[in-house]
Design a protein around this ligand. Structure first.
Ligand SMILES: Cc1ncc(COP(=O)(O)O)c(C=O)c1O
Length: 486
């Protein structure tokens, strides 16, 4: 039996980084045991660990490169017992902040396998069967989003990179070399990755129009049409609209059908940011909420949100798959020949050549659980958000901006005659109070003049008990704030 006291590997053969079969098994078992202990403790951990002293703590952690090896256990102990706990517990059930992810366990196993087998999935020829698994996953996403057979897609690191790739594709198809004339439209509520992606794609800030929203924070199509007309009259080339199927701030769903109509008339590319909300389209009963999503020219999805994966997986679907390929195709003589056109070749559809085998972290959990389990989990998160919002309407002083469009909603705390500033301050104090209780973690968002509190239910571990805690804590803190001002 190997003792983990020893540094693994042969100490007399420094050049060998190979481990014995026994060493690998013992190390893997040690890690998995530790990991399962961590995961099973998540619901007992506070909603947020200590992060306030992060800068000082981080500075104190700076270290020179290790010259000699160390024991695995000695490395795991601080990692899992200290450093990992100095964090928002965003894998935990009380995480209702920002847009939760989750981290389903089979995806971690898939990563272990993908990294362990370490096959090359940048070009199809190097691992045709593995690349086909990835192609299958993209086809499943296509079907769940009701995109046509012409669709091609790409698995990315996240929603930001998917959006970037979409803008590059639209720009390539519709503008060619005339970058400076191109104008992109989005709303005041768009995720900031849209402006960033536009800039990276060569669409500078003076060619990005930020369109007003309505009282529910949805893009105003009348204003969009006006802005397009103004730009056309000025000799510019409107080429793209980026809508949101669920904004980060308030969960608002833009009028996707009306935007699709306008884009069709104006011959613009409609990209829909479904990073937060897109996967709710998997549930047939929720599809009407996202009407028009399937008409978009391209769609950002974030499996590390709506499919509950660990961080690091986004996805892009492009209706005109050929446009995606045309914007990214590149080849070199040293590479194997390109496969037939019906075969998916990742490097031809995105900016990367060497890349991790991302497909497996979707394929394994989806095959293991089946799509019905994911649909059930998504439907439950939506139902929990609706119930939470409904119960909060009974809390004195709390006003919802709107019922949850999906599983995210925004609210303010106030009282008769309260000024906007007082409402903002009260809402901030409310969130601080709830977060001090540390059963759930909430964040807010400034929207125009308003500061809203938010609840976003999307962690797969969030169940009824956590919503009960959220309602109780918001109710108690709201009451305390209102009492204190009397
Ligand atoms: C609506 C929306 N779009 C885009 C993004 C960016 O996605 P990512 O963080 O995966 O890059 C987010 C992230 O929260 C989001 O909520």
């Amino acid at each position: 039996m190997l003792s983990l006291v020893a540094v693994p590997g042969d100490p007399h053969d420094l050049a060998s980084l190979e481990l014995s079969a026994t060493e690998m098994r013992v190390m893997a078992r040690t890690v998995v045991d530790r990991l399962v202990d961590h995961i099973t403790s998540l619901s007992d951990l506070p909603a947020s660990g200590l992060v306030e002293d992060g800068a000082d703590y981080g500075r104190a952690m700076r270290e020179p490169p290790p010259e000699q090896g160390a024991e695995l256990e000695a490395l795991l102990a601080p990692l899992l017992d200290d450093w990992a706990l100095r964090s928002f517990n965003c894998a935990g059930p009380g995480y209702l902040a920002y847009v939760p992810g989750g981290g389903i366990f089979p995806a971690a196993l898939a990563d272990l396998i993908a990294d362990g087998i370490n096959r090359y999935t940048g070009v199809w020829n190097a691992a045709p069967a593995l690349v086909q698994l990835e192609a299958n996953v993209l086809d499943w996403l296509r079907d769940w989003m009701d995109f046509p057979a012409t669709t091609r897609g790409l698995l990315t690191t996240g929603g930001s990179m998917a959006t970037f790739t979409a803008i590059v594709t639209a720009r390539h198809k519709l503008l060619g070399p005339a970058l400076r004339e191109g104008v992109l439209y989005t709303s005041t509520q768009a995720h900031h990755c849209v402006a960033k992606a536009a800039q990276l794609a060569g669409i500078l800030p003076d060619r990005v129009r930020v369109i007003d929203v309505d009282e529910c924070e949805r893009l105003r199509v009348d204003r969009l049409a006006e802005a397009i007309e103004v730009d056309r009259r000025a000799g510019l080339r409107p080429f793209m609209v980026v809508s949101a199927a669920g904004t980060t701030n308030t969960g608002a769903i833009d009028p996707l059908d009306a935007i699709a109509d306008l884009c069709a008339t104006e011959q613009l590319w409609h990209h829909c940011d479904g990073a937060y909300g897109g996967f709710f389209h998997m549930c047939p009963e929720l599809r009407p909420l996202l009407a028009g999503l399937s008409r978009a020219d391209s769609l950002t999805l974030d499996p590390h949100k709506g499919l509950f994966l660990p961080f690091g997986t986004g996805a892009l679907l492009v209706r005109d798959g050929e446009a995606l390929r045309a914007a990214h195709a590149g080849h070199a003589g040293y590479l194997p020949p390109l496969p037939p056109s019906d075969i998916y070749n990742p490097a031809q559809f995105g900016p990367e050549l060497s890349r991790p085998f991302r497909g497996l972290r979707l394929w394994l959990p989806l095959k293991l659980f089946g799509a019905e389990r994911f649909r059930a989990a998504l439907a439950e998160k939506r139902a929990l958000a609706l119930q939470c919002a409904e119960r909060l309407t009974a809390v004195a002083g709390l006003q919802l901006l709107a019922p949850p469009p999906l599983s995210l909603f925004a609210y303010q705390l106030g009282w008769d005659g309260a000024t906007g500033e007082q409402r903002n301050a009260a809402t901030l104090a409310l969130l601080e109070g709830v977060n001090r209780r540390n059963r759930v973690l909430l964040t807010g968002a400034p929207v125009g003049e308003h500061f809203y509190g938010r609840v976003c239910v999307l962690c797969f571990r969030t169940r009824q008990a956590n919503i009960d805690a959220c309602v109780e804590d918001l109710g108690a803190e709201a009451a305390a704030i209102l009492k204190a001002r009397r």
